[in-house]
Design a protein around this ligand. Structure first.
Ligand code: UDP
Ligand code: MG
Length: 139
């Protein structure tokens, strides 16, 4: 099934000049970028984006991190895009991520893990709409 998913290059990834490397890895697996922008995410927006983690001990630090610098937001489209992007990203903790994944290769910690990808159909729809309107998704 052709799916769309929301991916972010987080502030650490942008700071490390890894925007191109993240996109290259998606494209190399046949995925397409159908929307893309460089943005700053305000603290309040970061709190809304990660609201599902509101009760977790890392919530404050995570939302401060996400709003600490520029972020690339993009919509990625392709066959099985939601699980495929998650596979290319690797596990949340880079120490547990498979070799050859973005997080294993580029991340510096469990929080500073370079990339975000939606974890399911409903979250993908919600997260895409969080950053993009219909006219910004180009196919
Ligand atoms: N995170 C963290 N500590 C943890 C778990 C997660 O700082 O113990 C951060 C990390 O940046 C992660 C984000 O919170 O990417 C969202 O967590 P989630 O469990 O949704 O991981 P993901 O879906 O990004 O793999
Ligand atoms: Mg998640």
């Amino acid at each position: 099934m052709i799916e769309r998913t929301l991916s972010l290059v987080k502030p650490d990834g942008v700071e490390q000049n890894c925007i191109g490397e993240v996109i290259r890895r998606f494209e190399a697996k046949g995925l397409r970028v159908v929307a893309l922008k460089l943005i700053r995410i305000e603290q309040k927006q970061a709190e809304a984006f990660y609201a599902v983690h509101r009760e977790r001990p890392f919530y404050r630090s995570l939302t401060a991190f996400l709003s600490s610098g520029p972020v690339v937001a993009m919509v990625i489209e392709g066959e099985g895009a939601i699980p495929l992007v998650r596979q290319i990203m690797g596990a949340t903790d880079p120490a547990k991520a498979e070799p050859g994944t973005i997080r294993r290769d580029l991340a510096t910690g469990i929080e500073r893990n370079v990339v975000h990808g939606s974890d399911g159909t409903e979250t993908a729809a919600t997260e895409i709409a969080f950053f993009f309107n219909a006219l910004e998704i180009i196919r």
